[in-house]
Design a protein around this ligand. Sequence first.
Ligand SMILES: *Cc1c(COP(=O)(O)O)cnc(C)c1O
Length: 389
Amino acid sequence: MSVPLLDLKAQYATIKDEVNAAVLEVMESQYFILGPKVKELETAVAEYSQSKFAIGVSSGTDALLVSLMAADVGHGDEVITTPYSFFATAGCISRTGATPVFVDIDPVTFNIDPARIEAAITSKTKAIIPVHLYGQMADMDPIMDIARKHNLVVIEDGAQAIGSEYKGKRAGSIGHYGCFSFFPSKNLGGAGDGGMVVANDADIAERLDILRKHGSKPKYYHRFIGGNFRLDAIQAAVLQVKLPHLDSWTEGRQTNADKYRKLFREKGIVVDMPQSVKTGSSDWMNEPLNGVVLPEEMDNCRHIYNQFVIRVDKRDELRGFLNERKIGNEVYYPVSFHQQDCFSDLGYKEGEFPFSECAAATTLAVPIYPELTDEMIQEVVDAIAEFVS
Ligand SMILES: *Cc1c(COP(=O)(O)O)cnc(C)c1O
């Protein structure tokens, strides 16, 4: 049996009539950009994310870019972020003319390690972008403390984390800006590109609204240089149908994570991270894991499992093995930002962020989507156990 990494058709089958009707309604209205459908979605996402305001934008990438623009980040500024994320997180910083400054991750959660942030702050630092990777939020309390102390803007990259929680607070609601992506493979995915920024400050929300329309208010009178970062009504209509299902889909992902944990344990191949990784040594390079490290959930957090990411030895060989058996898998992400060609001028060296480099070399995402059957999960576990043993 083949097990895809993600099966959007299986999800579509459960909501097809509703989605099709919503799209048809937009076609009949011929009202395609922003407008009432987008407004309704913004209200719903703001409420879902425990935020006062929400501004629909053209993608998760544009959510980050327009937030940086609204925060007036540009040439001469530095923005601190993780070296281990989807490219957009760092790419957007550079696109504003600012310089990304990387801070290594916590090797257990894969999120930026707050204990390392202050050492990276300079007089040029303007903002911090924590990423809630794989659907689990970064350790936000110390990040907000540091931001307050140094007067920095916090932009949450919640592209993989809509609905996730940190001590009862939803992703996006803690920082000054919260960015979401509706890329089809995210937990709340549209029928194309889309994104949203949430905020609790009315002035910030207004700036975002103006900037997504070329910085004009009223129309054709430009206060700022913005861009076309608008959300389409068709995306909003589809997402409005999907949002009420999001919590049950999240439960499905969490249940699948529990099933993986149980089945991997039954195989006797679950191991903890080697101690040397956790204590800051770089001995991990030579130390085999001899098993599968499973994702850990932090206390008082709601992990929404956009991805279920394990760590293994011989990761690339395992990929080949799984591909041969038609078991979906992916590496998020094989190259840390500081080792990307386009950031070579930043002057970072190999070995500078060992936890990020270690994650890039050893992690593998396996299927976690809610429509997976028990047989499929068993097949994934059987195959990995066969390879590991
Ligand atoms: C998907 C993603 C983005 C970008 O979102 P798009 O909608 O694809 O532009 C940004 N950051 C992270 C962490 C992501 O996973």
